[in-house]
Design a protein. Structure first.
Length: 544
């Protein structure tokens, strides 16, 4: 009897052990399959770590409390498009913060937050959020809010300002910012048109205004863009009316090379008084006002850049310009650098380790500055009639500022991104419902979001432009494949594939009985060995 008791114990032990071994495909094996497939993108998208602690943001809005409620609209839009955003009131930094207080706060966020900020938006004119002053000259600058790494004057963050006095002005800029990316459609001709305005100065000195503009125009025309060149001065007849007409018809970028003053462009003339003649509610372009003073946001009244940015339902969506007198040569190379940032085919062999090409306004300005540094300062003004100095180079970095959203993308070259993809379960029982959800990062308008499971198109149940969620009832066993495809209105797209496992829980008893049968058969086969070498030994030693 003792012999059969041992036999029974061995049998039960074997059954338990064998039933602990998985008898269906596990998610870990699927993960290993994906790793071995070489599809690194799928791995990154599908298996992001979900339990990390995030205390930071990509987009940091620093606002005066007067604008805290209204700016939430922009913050919500950024979050909706997958850009993590936080709003911080200046009063929470300290009472009546100085530029240095705000800079210290930004620097601490950059060094300690996860994720660290990439974009900084200041909401309020200089009487609400003060600007920095230049190192060598008393000029208005936001540059030093963006220099958080090292002691140089190279920007590390994308910085912009909404220079508003009240919530009406703020809402005007917010609406333009959101509408720009929602209405952008490169299939329409207006989104492939660039206005180039310049002056042919006839005082015997070549100021390169038209030379620079023609250089830009030649590249754009050779790359499926259309340029409207409005030149004035010696031998040229471009007028203010030509500029207004071109803007009202619709353009993507307004570019000016010439002299300027606080109220606007000198030649061809286009000033604050002309803004009322604009009628472009369908689309407001961005402006590169590469001249003197037209971006003086520290002036006692609105400068040209502020006025045309804040004009309701017309004008422009963002502005780059100088806050004081700027310099030819430097400005010409900076102007080329702005377009080289947006269009990689323009100066394709140029690169700089401090900055990457970008279509976003903050990145465009940073790239343009570094391009100017390399092409003008480091060459000592090669090809121009003026030499370069460190002092004036630093001044140029300081006085060229962005009025507008630093994350506003001028054109759309970036495909949508899928992140935080999640499944209800890796392994389902037959008849269970699978829930698939994921977030979408896309600055511009989406065209289609499509999910196919087993070649069946699934209609989304929840979709709010950044989050997609749907449900699928599993009606067959095995590895169920799914394919996600997202298109935006610019023709960019992303595809992602994966699978989960469905098993039939009705077969569980059959599986157990089959394993028991195998276990009994195994015991019977090995019993003679056990009987000869183990059980007799146990009996001899009175273990049983």
């Amino acid at each position: 009897m003792k012999k059969y008791s041992l036999l029974l114990i061995i049998l039960l032990f074997e059954i338990v052990i064998l039933n602990l071994i998985p008898y269906n495909t596990s998610w870990s094996s699927i993960r290993d399959d994906l790793k071995n497939s070489g599809d690194e993108t799928s791995m990154n998208l599908t298996f992001q770590i979900a339990d990390q602690i995030y205390n930071g943001c990509e987009y940091l809005i620093i606002t005066h409390e007067n604008f805290a409620e209204a700016i939430e609209i922009l913050a919500q839009d950024k979050n909706k498009h997958g850009i993590s955003t936080k709003i911080v009131n200046t009063s929470s930094i300290c009472e009546n913060p100085t530029p240095e207080n705000i800079s210290d706060f930004i620097k601490e966020a950059y060094e300690t937050w996860n994720p660290q900020p990439k974009y900084i938006l200041l909401v309020g004119d200089v009487n609400f959020i003060p600007c920095h002053r230049g190192r060598d000259y008393d000029v208005s600058t936001d540059l030093y809010y963006a220099t958080v790494n090292g002691s140089d004057y190279f920007p590390d963050l994308n910085i912009g300002r909404f220079p508003v006095q009240n919530n009406d002005e703020l809402m005007s800029i917010i609406n333009k910012t959101i509408n720009y990316e929602e209405n952008y459609n490169p299939k329409l001709q207006i989104f492939r048109k660039v206005l180039l305005a310049a002056y042919n100065q006839s005082d015997g000195i070549d100021r390169y205004y038209i030379t620079t503009s023609e250089n830009i125009s030649e590249f754009l025309e050779a790359n499926s863009y259309y340029t409207t060149r409005i030149y004035s001065g010696s031998g040229q007849n471009g007028t203010t009316e030509d500029i207004i007409s071109s803007i009202n018809e619709g353009v993507l970028i307004l570019n000016h090379r010439d002299h300027g003053i606080e109220s606007g462009w000198s030649y061809p003339s286009f000033t604050i008084s002309d803004i009322e003649e604009l009628n472009n509610p369908h689309f407001q372009p961005v402006m590169f006002s590469i001249n003197c003073l037209s971006g003086n946001f520290g002036y006692h009244s609105d400068c040209f850049g502020e006025a045309i940015l804040k004009a309701e339902n017309k004008g422009i969506s963002a502005f780059i310009g100088a806050s004081t007198v700027s310099y030819s040569g430097y400005n010409d190379e900076l102007n080329k650098g702005l377009f080289a940032s947006i269009f990689p085919g323009y100066y394709p062999n140029y690169s700089n380790g401090n900055v990457s090409r970008s279509e976003e306004m903050g990145g465009v300005l940073n790239f343009g500055k570094m391009f100017m540094y390399d092409k003008y300062y480091l060459t000592n003004g090669e090809g121009y009639r003026w030499s370069a100095t460190e002092k004036i180079t630093r001044l140029q970095f300081e006085i060229l500022n962005l009025l507008g959203d630093p994350a506003l993308a001028i054109i759309d070259n970036i495909a949508p991104e899928i992140y935080n993809l999640s499944l209800k379960s890796d392994i389902l029982e037959l008849g269970d419902t699978q829930k698939i959800g994921f977030h979408i990062r896309e600055k511009f308008a989406l065209d289609t979001v499509e999910l196919n499971i087993k070649d069946q198109t699934i209609i989304e149940k929840k979709y709010n432009n950044s989050f997609f969620e749907c449900f699928y009832k599993s009606l067959e066993t095995g590895n169920i494949t799914y394919d996600i495809k997202i298109n935006d209105t610019s023709g960019n797209f992303i595809t992602l594939s994966g699978y989960f496992t469905v098993r039939d829980n009705g077969n569980l008893l059959k599986d157990i009985l089959f394993i028991m049968f195998l276990s009994i058969a195994t015991i019977i086969l090995i019993y003679p060995i056990i009987d000869r070498f183990l059980i007799r030994k146990f009996i001899k030693n009175d273990y049983i």
